[in-house]
Design a protein around this ligand. Structure first.
Ligand code: FES
Length: 94
């Protein structure tokens, strides 16, 4: 879990070596995704178990039905950079 320019992010390292960053708030009922478990590249919400793809923000398991924003991540000279100005999706709460 990191804060970047006022945006709370769930940032993680997937099993295949890639990085991903998504909003830190679950669209189901506000669970803190950064406190959940990371399995391969899926983040499990600690509240009710919804799963989100860390690279795309897509829902992979209910009870959440709406995706979270995902942000471009790159590694430059050993530093992880997240572009919080370019979410891949607009946040929907439901
Ligand atoms: S708050 Fe995340 S699954 Fe319910």
């Amino acid at each position: 879990m990191v804060d970047a320019e006022g945006t709370s992010l769930c940032l993680g390292h997937c099993a295949d070596g890639t990085w991903g960053a998504i909003d830190n708030v679950c669209t189901h009922d506000g669970g803190v995704l950064g406190e959940g478990e990371l399995d391969d590249c899926l983040v499990e919400c600690p509240r009710h178990g919804a799963r989100f793809d860390l690279r795309t923000g897509e829902v992979k398991a209910l009870p959440a039905v709406f995706p979270v924003n995902a942000y471009p991540v790159r590694v430059v000279d050993g530093r992880v950079e997240v572009d919080v100005g370019v979410p891949t999706k607009e946040l929907e709460i439901g």
